[in-house]
Design a protein around this ligand. Structure first.
Ligand code: FA5
Length: 397
């Protein structure tokens, strides 16, 4: 047991004892007993005896002890809890005051009976009765003041702030690496004059497939055949549907990026996760060509990865771009290329579907994996680490 616990026990014991002793003074038998001896109040010995019986109200040591031990309780909450136990004690003192000194209290009764005494006894008894009443009244007032001081002193002690104590450190946490990377990508494109667009993660087949030039019987559907919510809605497997939603609502020129979560039924491995992020880019305007697409990607790679990385475009196929390319990246000197995503010139059929004139405007788009970019930049060799919430990983970034 430490000393604080020891003090707590002592304070609580003292409080209990005091309370019990005070209750005894309210026992009707002691009250009648005092009253019965009234006739003999002229005898100083009787008075001393009564004062002895009333000792609990005249004992200043009870509060001195409580105070000393309260101070030893370091914890303010414990102190506050203990202080609450003073309430029944102060109530007991008040009850005693009423029983003894109140209008119908025993002193009032004894003063009434004074008149019935023989005149020779009356004066001395009356004097002693007065003295005793004063003694009781003083004792009660002193205890009352001590009680008040005790509560006030403890409250002040509680409120005192020790500025020399070491502060409590609250760790604030920080953004997850993926969020940091996403924000950095957004910032690069915002500086290039692109807007950031968003779209729903539960997407209809129309935006996910038909509008992107992938009819129902097209084999490419299988590649993006993700988690279905009902017959015609699925968790989007890529961010390309946002291109359609934006173009439907905006006349060209359109210059947007759309970062967001995607879902696929891919088996999890070091580079595949069923939940991952892509950033989509779309630029539609008059006179755009594949050269502009290459420039934008190169500029972005330079800004995001720096000079120590190289990129490569190679031919690919997507139903919604023509021609289509695959973008790969690697750090200089490395033999492994990592696929960032697909890109290409927006297929004229897609432009026509949203009401654009493919004879007038052309556009290009890409969709890159955000995890893959972060992995490349920070040398992370397993995509699963992004989602395991291991602080040893998270706190590195
Ligand atoms: C697409 O999703 C196309 N929508 C990209 C596109 C947009 C092409 C615009 C043309 C024009 P693809 O299925 O290749 O493409 O996915 C693009 C990138 O998303 C991948 O290269 C990879 O970086 C990332 N990705 C795809 N599946 C996963 C996965 N399961 N886990 C982590 N990253 C993934």
């Amino acid at each position: 047991m430490n000393s604080s616990n020891g003090s707590l026990k002592v304070v609580e014991q003292t409080l209990n004892q005091t309370q019990e002793q005070l209750f005894l003074l309210l026992d009707p038998s002691i009250l009648t007993n005092i009253q019965k001896q009234f006739q003999t109040f002229s005898d100083p010995k009787v008075l001393e005896d009564i004062k002895k019986q009333l000792r609990p109200i005249a004992d200043p040591h009870i509060f001195a002890d409580i105070k000393k031990n309260l101070r030893a309780l370091g914890d303010a909450t414990t102190r506050a809890d203990v202080l609450k136990q003073l309430r029944p004690i102060s109530e007991a003192f008040e009850a005693i005051r009423v029983e003894y000194l109140g209008r119908k209290g025993i002193f009032a009764q004894m003063f009434k009976e004074l008149g019935q005494l023989a005149p020779d006894k009356r004066a001395k008894t009356g004097q002693n009765l007065n003295a005793l009443k004063k003694w009781v009244s003083n004792a009660l007032e002193e205890r009352h003041n001590e009680l008040k001081a005790l509560s006030e002193a403890s409250i002040i002690a509680e409120e005192k702030v020790d500025l020399t104590l070491p502060g409590v450190y609250h760790s604030l946490g920080h953004l997850h690496l993926l969020t940091q990377v996403q924000q950095e990508i957004e910032s690069i494109f915002l500086h290039m004059g692109f807007d950031v667009a968003t779209g729903p993660e539960i997407e209809s087949e129309y935006y996910n497939f038909e509008a992107l030039n992938i009819p129902e019987d097209h084999p490419a559907r299988e590649e993006w055949d993700s988690f279905y919510i009902d017959d015609s809605h699925l968790l989007r497997p890529h961010t390309s549907p946002v291109q359609i939603r934006v173009m439907e609502q905006t006349d060209p020129p359109v210059r947007i990026i759309c970062p967001g979560r995607c879902y696929r039924r891919d088996t999890q491995d070091a580079t595949h996760s069923p939940v991952f992020h892509q950033v989509e880019l779309l630029w539609v305007e008059e006179g755009l060509s594949l050269a502009n697409l290459k420039y934008v990607i190169e500029y972005f790679v330079h800004e995001f990865f720096g000079a120590e990385y190289e990129m490569r475009l190679s031919g690919d196929f997507f139903p919604f771009t023509e021609p289509s390319v695959q973008v790969h990246m690697r750090s200089l000197g490395s033999s492994d290329w990592l696929e960032l995503g697909g890109a290409g010139m927006v297929d004229p059929a897609v432009l026509a579907k949203v009401g654009y004139d493919p004879e007038k405007v052309t556009g290009f788009a890409f969709g890159f994996g955000i995890e893959r970019m972060a992995m490349l930049r920070y040398g992370i060799d397993d995509i699963r680490t992004f989602l395991t919430n291991d602080l040893r990983f998270i706190e590195q970034f």
